[in-house]
Design a protein around this ligand. Structure first.
Ligand SMILES: [Cu+2]
Length: 154
């Protein structure tokens, strides 16, 4: 009788402890990739034009490393709308999300259009080294100098 109570208690405590540790492990694993990603995320600021109306990217040359996660903070301080168009670069990158205000857009992204005063965050990981072109798709802007280069190194 005593032995059977002991074994039932032992089994119950053993199981709940096991369950408890499994639940802990589950949440730890759940939280880990996010924590790792956030601590490794590299922020890069890119302005599309400036308030003087210059047709340029600031900076016009961007450098990335493959396999690292970047948060590209885009803003348009100029009086006209602009595009951040880098199709080949986008093709060799894994986009986690594009965030605009409280909206997160997931999936493949190739270009972003920013209205005057707009900001957006593009979180991505470049996967392949190379030199990729960047331009603004608004007619006449690239010809006027609104172009850039994206360099991805291993
Ligand atoms: Cu433009």
């Amino acid at each position: 009788m005593i032995i059977s109570i002991y074994s039932v208690l032992n089994r119950t405590i053993g199981r709940s402890l096991l369950l408890f540790s499994l639940i802990l492990l589950f949440f730890a694993l759940l939280a880990m990739p996010d924590a790792l990603a956030n601590s490794d995320e590299i922020q890069t600021q890119v302005s599309l034009g400036n308030n003087a109306g210059e047709l340029k990217f600031f900076p016009s040359e961007l450098e990335f490393k493959t396999g690292k996660q970047y948060k590209i903070l885009l803003d348009n301080p100029s009086p006209v709308k602009h595009y951040f168009t880098a199709k080949d670069f986008a093709d060799v990158s894994w986009t986690k999300k594009v965030q605009v205000g409280k909206v997160e857009v997931k999936g493949a992204i190739h270009e972003l259009e920013l209205q005057p005063g707009a900001t957006a965050e593009w979180v991505l990981t470049p996967m392949k080294p190379g030199k990729y072109e960047l331009h603004c798709s608004i007619k006449g802007h690239a010809a006027a100098g609104m172009v850039g280069e994206i360099i991805v190194e291993n």
